[in-house]
Design a protein around this ligand. Sequence first.
Ligand SMILES: C[S@@+](CC[C@H](N)C(=O)[O-])C[C@H]1O[C@@H](n2cnc3c(N)ncnc32)[C@H](O)[C@@H]1O
Length: 212
Amino acid sequence: MTGTGKYDAAAEGWSEEQYADSAAYLLHRAELVVNLGPKLEPGDTVLDLACGDAGLAEPLLQAGLRYAGVDLSGPMVEAALRRVGDRAEIYEGDLNDFTPPAPVQAATCFRAVYYARDRRAFFRHVASYTEKKLVFDLNPRQYRVAEVRADLAAAGLTHVELHPFFSPQQVALPGPLAAALQAAERSGPLARLALRFRFSYMVAASPTRQRG
Ligand SMILES: C[S@@+](CC[C@H](N)C(=O)[O-])C[C@H]1O[C@@H](n2cnc3c(N)ncnc32)[C@H](O)[C@@H]1O
């Protein structure tokens, strides 16, 4: 599961290729990284595990956060370095055992939790260096939410917030429609119904209930 061949080949222009409206998509993701669960403050550091070409760096840096990324693919790391220059740290490493040089306030892991060799051990490792929260995406049609919660709790990440994430990856929506979809994320039962067929949750897991 550690081969990165398909990612090596797709590294150049990854974010722009993967997300039809990459700026809007990654901005919405970044807003939830900041606000879901314990709020991040300017100056806090986000470590983006399996960062790809670090497309998420831009909106987080714009929000006044520090950004560090780690990815197993050498070409992804090079693409990330080209994107962020000296504004962020980028490391080549495996999310299963990478440890940042200093604790971070948040760790993120998007479209890559399945690269955890042992999910419970992965959560425990991330919790060992993360002060406020781990934020990741979760497809409820692929994973049982209760099982993921149990693994988080076993790692000491007992406070979990789930938020539906309704930005489409492959379609660029006109502004009003995108805004309506984002409003629908808060529609409770309707949002949960939609998640039976499409989209994912954004999950923020933290060791304690903290006020932002
Ligand atoms: C689907 S892409 C997601 C990239 C980015 N997070 C995003 O959301 O656009 C998965 C990424 O995981 C990286 N990857 C795969 N296995 C990994 C591992 N064990 N440790 C760190 N990164 C890994 C790949 O190189 C690739 O960049």
